[in-house]
Design a protein around this ligand. Structure first.
Ligand SMILES: NC(=O)C1=CN([C@@H]2O[C@H](COP(=O)(O)OP(=O)(O)OC[C@H]3O[C@@H](n4cnc5c(N)ncnc54)[C@H](O)[C@@H]3O)[C@@H](O)[C@H]2O)C=CC1
Ligand SMILES: O=C(O)CCC(=O)C(=O)O
Length: 466
């Protein structure tokens, strides 16, 4: 069958690409990405990491090559950039950039978070949007992929400044979103406070449509267990992986990075499983507590007081604070759960993870390990749970929030949490099944990419030239 495509020509504007097989087709798609957006290094990292694992699927489905499916998959359906003017408390006028990348709507309305951080750019939003497409597919729920945000820095801003920014941001974003069109939620720098301000601004312009955002407050359509979902889901996934490998979380020593939404609830659930979380961090430094990090205190300092993690060590006698990255801290432990940000683990830091006898790395943050770090895990027989599988619990419960909004009912915490647990078990199972089907030797990263891709690919094929 594949022979039919040998020497097939694709006419790509002025270039002629000879596609002889799956491998050269993938290389030609990577060339196209590089040629179109040479400076989008984070998007390239996310896209190439996925493309490099799809060769066996294309060998099995040469019709995807004929349909030039990968080139369509890596091109967002729509990328919106807009001006966000706002006024600070001292009366000065400021302008930030807003983005929404609506990446793929094959299997449902666009869905994905909004990030407020100075590093946000079209590149970052595209990498996150691309990851979201396959992640959302893995949840088994009917949601397409998107991401958005702004280079606005919420650090040190007053509540009024954050509110005025959110109102201005939504003044533009509102024309592009809707309960059946595109449903944003939180991400770095966007939690319950920001979603409330964004929802209020949307409502003033369009009336009450509570399915337009997720992560809402419980009094206006939010779901119980959404704040906990990403962190809890990460531990349900990790638990499923360890179980499949004949191991448990009990008495394991865990390093967590970050001290935000994902990290806080990951620490809580890990502790409930009988593990000890010995670290957490922010962008200045990390806390080490051999007795186990108290998630309630982290939440109080970071979410309520909006302070720095340094303050944790000032309040807990057994804890130490150090400037720098938690991944440079040399101590033996069992499991690494990066929950801060992209590319936080370099190749050298991955080597230290291996030296520190870590057996498992499961990602709460999006793309926290650089490609060379992932290769280092593989070389050292460290089992690796990639972000798009391990952190899918947040968006999964967002989709359950959409269901509750549609039926105008609220489910109990237990109902949502049980469904989350089932979804995370299923994500591990389908990733493992793809790993076995394609004989990948316990490569759960490739397994997740393939399982997420197959549903989107089949759907895009069924929908014609989309
Ligand atoms: N909130 C959610 O539901 C989901 C979040 N994620 C991902 O999880 C990660 C964390 O997001 P959230 O917890 O929601 O954000 P957040 O804004 O609540 O917390 C982020 C935390 O990371 C820390 N941080 C930022 N840069 C850092 C660095 N370079 N080193 C150490 N710490 C750093 C911040 O100080 C903050 O404590 C991000 O990669 C996000 O995309 C993934 C899936 C869902
Ligand atoms: O809940 C959502 O829609 C967004 C979650 C998210 O941004 C993510 O999975 O990275």
């Amino acid at each position: 069958m594949l022979g039919g495509f040998i020497s097939k020509k694709y006419f790509d504007r002025k270039r002629v690409v000879f596609v002889s097989n799956a491998k050269s087709y993938i290389e030609s798609v990577k060339d196209t990405i590089q040629r179109r957006d040479p400076n989008q290094t984070e998007f390239q990292e996310a896209a190439f990491t996925v493309l490099d694992t799809l060769e066996p699927v294309l060998d099995k489905h040469p019709e995807y090559i004929k349909a030039n499916l990968l080139e369509r998959l890596v091109e967002p359906e729509r990328a919106i950039q807009f001006r966000v003017p706002w006024q600070s408390d001292d009366g000065q006028f400021h302008v930030n950039r807003g983005f929404r990348v609506q990446f793929n709507s094959a299997i449902g309305p666009y869905k994905g978070g909004l990030r407020l951080h100075p590093s946000v750019s079209l590149d970052v939003v595209k990498f996150l949007g691309f990851e979201q497409v396959l992640k959302n597919s893995l949840t088994g729920l009917p949601i397409g992929g998107a991401k958005g945000g702004s280079d606005f820095n919420p650090k040190g801003k007053s509540d009024s400044e954050v509110m005025r920014f959110c109102q201005s941001f939504m003044t533009e974003l509102q024309r592009h979103i809707g309960p059946d069109l595109d449903v944003p939620a939180g991400d770095i720098g966007v939690g319950g406070r920001e979603i409330g301000f964004l929802f209020g601004a949307y409502k003033r312009l369009n009336g009450y449509q509570n399915g337009v955002l997720t992560g809402k407050g419980l009094t206006f359509g939010g779901s119980l267990a959404r704040p906990e979902a990403t962190g809890f889901g990460l531990l349900y996934y990790t638990h499923a992986m360890l179980k499949a490998l004949g191991d448990t979380l009990t008495n394991k020593k865990i390093k967590v990075s970050g001290a935000g939404n994902v990290a806080t609830y990951a620490i809580q659930k890990a502790t409930e499983y009988g593990a000890t979380v010995i670290t957490c961090s922010d962008s200045d430094g990390y806390v080490y507590d051999p007795n186990g990090i108290d998630f309630k205190l982290v939440k109080q300092i970071k979410e309520v007081e909006r302070g720095r993690i340094k303050e944790y060590a000032q309040r807990v006698e057994t804890a130490e604070y150090h400037d720098g990255s938690v991944w440079d801290f040399d101590i033996n432990y069992d499991i690494a759960l990066p929950c801060a940000t992209q590319n936080e683990i370099s190749k050298d830091q991955a080597k230290l993870i291996a030296k520190d006898r870590v057996k498992y790395v499961c990602e709460g943050a999006n793309m926290p390990s650089v490609p060379d770090a992932i290769a280092t895990y593989r070389d050292n027989n460290i089992y690796y749970g990639p972000a798009k599988a391990a952190n899918a619990g947040g968006v999964a419960v967002s989709a359950l929030e959409m269901s509750q909004n549609s039926e105008r009912l609220s489910w109990s915490f237990e109902t949502v949490d049980n469904r989350l647990h089932d979804i995370m078990d299923n994500i591990f199972e389908i990733s493992e099944a793809a790993d076995k089907e394609y004989q990948l030797n316990q490569d759960y990263q490739a397994g997740a990419n393939i399982a997420g891709f197959e549903k989107v690919a089949q759907t895009m094929m069924a929908q014609g030239l989309v």
